[in-house]
Design a protein around this ligand. Structure first.
Ligand code: S5P
Length: 276
């Protein structure tokens, strides 16, 4: 799958959210996702509108509990921007509880995530029951789930056998688990001899991407789009502060940065798919 185009891969996926994301990437020639971690709805919508033309996906309202002035209308506005700019919505909720609880968190409450977010994610720490819980809500709606198999932070515990078990859990639920938040390609990881993995195609969405710095003061670590897409075989680069920095209000500057990351990410992808 490493060398196949996003479009070729889209046609082989049965999960509607995976198909939608791959088709959107091909159509918009973008493997850039922007993560919008700001606290005011107004800033959130202004950034989404500015980066919308350049992204395949918005990691939003990431994380919905950050927004101080949340009102259900914000979801309608996000959906309108998703239609206007043609991007997929991923709520980075990082579910991590028992199946029954996550099913309620996903379907209900103020945010009703399953009703508007094409993709969401979960920590594999509770075991396969977290997938059972989330898929009872998300699968009938055509949603997709990513498992956090690795993290970008210094000292992450999601390594080694934890990562392998996460991939095994995904392999057993391929109708709903479409891939991972991880730092490298995961196809075939943790597979036994009896597993047939040739047609395996997990999407890998990768945070911890920055062109100008190597990290922050709280353990975040950045790699370049080239390292992530070409050297590690990941599919989507997730960029937050590298795009919007501290200048929430300078939408021209934000759009320029999004364009820059999109170009870098796409060049790395083209090199990967055309290399001999
Ligand atoms: O391992 C991870 C997983 C995630 S989802 N590392 C991460 O940084 N993230 C998220 O990606 C994080 O919660 C934040 O929303 C985004 C990275 O933001 P940036 O500003 O550091 O690019």
């Amino acid at each position: 799958m490493f060398r196949q185009t996003y479009g070729q891969r889209a046609s082989k996926h049965s999960n509607p959210a995976a198909k939608l994301l791959l088709d959107t990437m091909e159509r918009k020639k973008s493997n850039l996702a922007v993560s919008v971690d700001v606290t005011k709805s107004k800033d959130f919508l202004a950034i989404v509108d500015a980066v919308g033309p350049f992204v395949c996906l918005i990691k939003a309202l990431t994380h919905v509990d950050i927004i101080e002035d949340f009102e259900p209308l914000l979801i309608d506005e996000l959906q309108a921007l998703s239609s206007k700019h043609d991007f997929v919505i991923f709520e980075d909720r990082k579910f991590a509880d028992i199946g029954n609880t996550v099913a309620l968190q996903y379907s209900s409450g103020v945010h009703k995530i399953a009703s508007w977010s094409h993709i969401t994610n979960a920590h594999p720490v509770p075991g396969p029951s977290i997938i059972t819980g989330l898929s009872s809500v998300g699968l009938p709606l055509g949603r997709g789930l990513l498992l956090l198999a690795e993290m970008s932070t210094k000292g992450s515990l999601a390594t080694g056998s934890y990562t392998e078990d996460a991939v095994r859990m995904a392999r057993a639920h391929r109708d709903f688990v479409i891939g991972f938040i991880a730092q490298r390609r995961m196809d075939g990881i943790g597979a036994s001899e009896n597993d047939s993995t040739e047609d395996e195609d997990f999407l890998v969405l990768t945070p911890g991407v920055g062109l100008d710095t190597k990290g922050d003061s709280m353990g975040q670590q950045y790699r370049t789009p080239r390292e992530v897409v070409l050297e590690s075989g990941c599919d989507v680069i997730i960029v937050g502060r590298g795009v919007y920095g501290k200048d929430y209000h300078l939408t021209d500057k934000i759009a320029e940065q999004a364009k820059r990351y999109r170009e870098e990410g796409w060049a790395a992808y083209l090199e990967r798919t055309t290399a001999l």
